[in-house]
Write a protein that binds this ligand. Structure first.
Ligand code: KG4
Ligand code: ZN
Length: 338
């Protein structure tokens, strides 16, 4: 089963070809960072228009790189949500049309399902079941993954996502959008201990998170200070430590409480090296194996959508011809167009 996957939920246009026998055959991505940078964040209408321009050339490139003709493709997978509705509609309309013209099945994929299956793209793929920590720009969740499509949310953020907190704090520190990776880099030169930010929700039972207070604490710490390079780095360090501590401790509780043997880390913040190191330690102490996608498959990409689509289509799942796109869509809830 060979599937072409299309991702367009936010500010990356990405296309990939995945084959259930031969693995990932190609992946192509166009980032809109330069397009949105002047505005300090994603401008939805600009994002939608750019996806329209990029999709067809990327599909051609991905097919060529995969040495695949359109006849050899068995289906089309696309991100149906959650995300920016205009951006999603572009991808969904495009993917459905392509599938219709090629007389192949198409399937809408939950963006977060793509993220949490991304480690399956690696040579050492985790078998089910596992615990997944999903940390992206829009979501922060601990998910029990029993099998394909069997997802149970154990805990999630009550306000900002971890990536969103990274991005907003980065902006306060004068770093360009998207600030997560830049903040992490700045934090490397920061001194530990100068700024001690709160570890939200650690004093409470349960597996939920909250990051909006932490962002406010960073704002208060910065107010009235001379923002020399050292201070900015120290704030970045203190902020990153607080986020990493919080994510790591809740993940430890979920791992131990649920007796999991495997931990999967996915989503853009999963590229954070400090977080990765802490999770490696925590998993080792809990006697669990830990799996990360490679950095480029932590952030948005087409490979994870092609993979999720291939697994679902190979399992016999089929969808109606409706263009399926939803801005909000809880993980584990069946899609309306299925
Ligand atoms: O998964 P993703 O590409 O998009 C969403 O589905 O949201 O995640 C993007 C998020 C952004 O908030 C970005 O700042 C953050 O991941 N991010 C990082 C790092 N690299 C990307 N956050 C912390 N450290 C990093 N190294
Ligand atoms: Zn994402």
């Amino acid at each position: 089963m060979r599937v072409i996957g299309i991702e367009s939920s936010c500010d990356e246009t990405a296309v990939a070809v995945f084959d259930t026998e031969r693995g990932l055959l190609s992946h192509r991505l166009h980032s809109q960072i330069a397009l949105h940078q002047a505005y300090g964040g994603v401008v939805p209408e600009l994002a939608s228009r750019d996806h329209i321009k990029r999709l067809l050339p990327l599909v051609r490139e991905a097919l060529t790189a995969a040495h695949s003709s359109r006849e050899s493709v068995d289906g089309v997978a696309y991100t149906a949500g959650p995300g920016l509705i205009g951006a999603l509609l572009v991808g969904a309309g495009f993917a459905r049309s392509l599938a219709y013209a090629w007389a192949k099945p198409a399937i809408g994929i939950h963006h977060l399902e793509g993220h949490l299956l991304a480690p399956l793209l690696e040579p050492e793929a985790p078998p089910f079941p596992f615990l997944a920590l999903l940390v992206s720009g829009g979501h922060t969740q601990l998910v029990d993954v029993a099998g394909l499509g069997e997802y149970r949310i154990l805990g999630q953020t009550l306000d900002d996502a971890a990536g969103e907190a990274f991005d907003k704090t980065a902006k306060m520190l004068g770093l360009p959008y998207p600030g997560g990776a830049a903040l992490a880099k700045l934090a490397e030169c920061g001194r530990p201990g100068r700024f001690n930010f709160p570890r939200p929700m650690l004093d409470r039972p349960g597996l939920d998170f909250s990051f909006s207070g932490l962002k406010t604490a960073a704002l208060v710490a910065l107010r009235g200070r001379v923002l020399d390079e050292e201070t900015r780095a120290d704030v970045a360090r203190g902020f990153q430590e607080a986020v990493v501590d919080t994510l790591a401790e809740k993940t430890r509780r979920a791992l131990v409480g649920g007796g999991y043997r495997r931990l999967v880390v996915a989503g853009g913040v999963g590229a954070n090296m400090r977080l990765r190191r802490r999770l490696v330690d925590i998993a080792r102490d809990a006697g669990a194996a830990v799996y990360f996608p490679r950095a480029e498959f932590c952030t948005d990409n087409g490979a994870m959508i092609a993979l999720a689509g291939a697994l679902r289509l190979a399992a016999g799942e089929r969808a109606s011809l409706a263009v399926d796109a939803r801005a909000s869509w809880e993980l584990g809830v069946a899609g309306s167009a299925r």
